[in-house]
Design a protein around this ligand. Structure first.
Ligand code: GLU
Length: 311
């Protein structure tokens, strides 16, 4: 590894990017099935990438369970930790050097500043900031539930656009660890894209989302940074994921631009929600693929929406 230079892919390349922090549920099954179908229909390659940045909550046993559940559903991939491939390693905890290189590139171009703010803001950066789902009948916009909190810009003054401007005494400009780093968003700039499933999307930097964390003091990249670096270096041409990550796509487009990467195509699947309109999460253990399989349900039952959930 060691280089984040990318060359365009020649054919369709998609990815499955589970976080091994729990068992997969019906929502994951539908999204991953769509990713699989789109790669298959395009005659392309599907990559399995394990997003285990949250070292405290990630377990090898969950990673193995996720792959087993997806195989049980009938999903197949061509590259990944279990298959090998030219762009590995396919596990985020083993890709540190490439994330550090991306951090350095952002720093040198003046996109980052060190931040001393709260532990809570920074902790939430390891996980993808999923938003609350709303059932279709209740409205068209997504509510914020656990999206990364809007940062008020408290530490913005700590560094100007040029890295040589003085930062806090604790910031180390040689390596990212030991300091929290945020990406300065261009306030007022609209980030727009045409989603393959949901159509035109528009988010305004500084209004819909604020400066976001790219590196945590305790030594790891945020989800946003790791995701764009991996999608670019693994030559992903289309990102298929849940609609609760639409706003993250806007953040990631800014990162792609800052890093000199092209954008993949975006395809956000509608979310599976419970009867209260809430996105499925770990609290819905009864809808985990494991539990449903034990109750005798088949992959077809799960994919054909015969379950007590609204889509
Ligand atoms: N590992 C992320 C999650 O589910 C996936 C994010 C993505 O597909 O970009 O939660």
């Amino acid at each position: 590894m060691g280089s984040i230079r990318t060359t365009p892919a020649t054919g369709y390349r998609g990815r499955l990017a589970p976080s091994p922090t729990g068992y997969l549920h019906v929502g994951h099954a539908r999204t991953f099935w769509t990713a699989y179908q789109r790669a298959r229909e395009a005659g392309g390659v599907l990559v399995m990438r394990m997003e285990d940045l949250d070292l405290e909550r990630s377990r090898t046993s969950f990673a193995e369970a996720a792959m087993e559940d997806l195989r049980w559903l009938g999903i197949r991939w061509q590259e990944g930790g279990d298959k090998g491939g030219p762009y590995g390693p396919y596990v985020q905890s083993k890709r540190r050097s490439v994330y550090v290189e991306a951090w350095r590139r952002l720093l040198e171009h003046g996109y980052l500043y060190p931040c001393r703010c709260s532990r809570r803001d920074i902790d939430s950066a390891m996980a993808a900031p999923h938003e609350r789902a709303q059932s279709e009948t209740r409205g068209s916009k997504l509510d914020i539930l656990d999206d990364e909190p809007m940062y008020p810009g408290t530490c913005r003054h700590l560094m100007g656009r040029a890295p040589q401007l003085p930062g806090p005494a604790s910031a180390n400009f040689e390596k990212p660890d030991g300091t929290n780093w945020r990406f300065r968003v261009p306030d007022g700039v609209a980030v727009e894209f045409a989603d393959g499933k949901l159509g035109p999307q528009r988010f305004v930097a500084g209004v819909d989302f604020g400066d976001f964390v790219v590196w945590r003091r305790d030594g790891g990249p945020s989800y946003q940074l790791a995701c764009v670096v991996d999608d670019a270096t693994m030559r992903i041409t289309e990102v298929v994921r849940g609609a609760d990550l639409l706003k993250s796509t806007a953040r990631q487009m800014l990162l792609n631009e800052a890093l000199g990467f092209g954008n993949p195509a975006w395809y956000h699947c509608r979310l599976v929600v419970d009867h209260n309109g809430r996105r499925l999460a770990k609290r819905h253990d009864a809808l985990s693929l494991r539990a449903l399989r034990q109750r005798g349900l088949t992959p077809m039952n799960i994919l054909a929406a015969e379950l007590p959930v609204e889509v």
